[in-house]
Design a protein around this ligand. Structure first.
Ligand code: PEP
Ligand code: MG
Length: 320
């Protein structure tokens, strides 16, 4: 392996003029941590814990979950680890849970909503995470599918109860911004959370009302649509007003055009699939932050995603 390529991917993520952008990995198992670190991950921005449930045929016990979260926290060795609580429902079906079929599963009991209905699933998970956070201050917790302020407060209250019961101190707490209402409520949420992570896969789906899995709509379901970018900008502005940070863990973060525009919008962490890390770091290193800010401002005024991509291509040579 070329020494230079290795050195480049282990540099911390930053624009050419040195504005830091943390490049983290989306991984679900501690077993994937060494490869992610080797690819240059500066942490884990999204651990999708539902995979612990999906890859087997019975509910993982509290102890089993604790072991997996602890292994991941240890593997990160002080680097940030964002553990997302269960996001079941929608397209993620878990047959052995015997959940009722829904006509509109993406609009039904999904993510945090299902967790409220199923304390038998949620509470052991919160306890497992809290136990690990007690020993590992790098552990962050994030709730999926938050669509109202009450959702967040209710989830936080459950975690607070568990922390009290187990004698665990503060845990940095964030919410996914993946429902348009959450982006619109960001000014209120920002006063109460430590961070936001934008889930562009769902945010795009719900903003454009296009099923993220629909083959005929796939081309149009693009997070670079200015309608989606406007919601991300709202989120960043609200976070900045409260001194919070915003990351992105949806697919747009790993797309080179997406990484440039999101950085220009003020996103400070991009969590991507490990193989995408070197290219995202390399793309950011070619541009100064003021230029990306100007590009993002122009992107917001475009009529559609193709125009945004054409703009970025013209300005940077990226995309197409
Ligand atoms: C997203 O919605 O963008 C996201 C990161 O979550 P998931 O893909 O697991 O729904
Ligand atoms: Mg999502």
């Amino acid at each position: 392996e070329r020494e230079q390529a290795r050195a480049a991917r282990h540099q911390p993520g930053a624009t050419r003029d040195g504005a830091p952008v943390e490049i983290a990995a989306n991984i679900n198992r501690a077993a994937d941590a060494p490869a992610a670190l080797d690819a240059g991950a500066q942490g884990v921005g999204l651990m999708r814990t539902e995979f612990l449930f999906l890859e087997r045929d019975s509910v993982p016990t509290e102890d089993e979950q604790e072991r997996e979260y602890r292994a991941m926290a240890q593997a990160m060795d002080g680097r940030p680890l964002i553990i997302r609580t269960l996001d079941i429902g929608g397209d993620k079906e878990v047959p052995y849970l015997g959940l009722e079929r829904e006509d509109n599963s993406f609009l039904g009991l999904r993510g945090i909503r299902l967790c409220f209905e199923r304390p038998d699933l949620f509470m052991p998970q919160l306890r497992a995470v809290a136990r690990v956070a007690k020993d590992h201050p790098n552990v962050h917790v994030m709730f999926p599918m938050i669509s109202t302020l009450e959702d967040f407060r209710r989830a936080r209250a459950l975690l607070d109860g568990v922390r009290e019961e187990l004698g665990v101190g503060r845990i940095p707490l964030g919410v996914m911004i993946e429902v348009p209402s959450a982006a619109l409520l960001a000014p209120l949420l920002a006063a109460e959370v430590d961070f936001f992570s934008v889930g562009t896969n769902d945010l795009t789906q719900y903003t454009l009302a296009m099923d993220r899995l629909h083959p005929q709509l796939a081309r149009q379901t693009d997070a670079m649509h200015p309608a989606v970018l406007q919601l991300i900008k709202l989120t960043v502005d609200a976070a900045e007003a409260h001194g919070r940070w915003v990351g992105v863990c949806g697919g747009a973060a790993g797309d080179e055009v997406g990484a440039l525009i999101l950085t220009g919008l003020g996103v400070r962490e991009l969590s991507v699939s490990p193989p995408q890390i070197p290219a995202v770091k390399a793309a950011l290193r070619q541009h100064d932050l003021p230029a990306l800010r100007a590009l993002a401002a122009q992107a917001l005024a475009q009529p559609n995603a193709e125009a945004v991509r054409a703009l970025v291509h013209a300005g940077t040579g990226k995309g197409r």
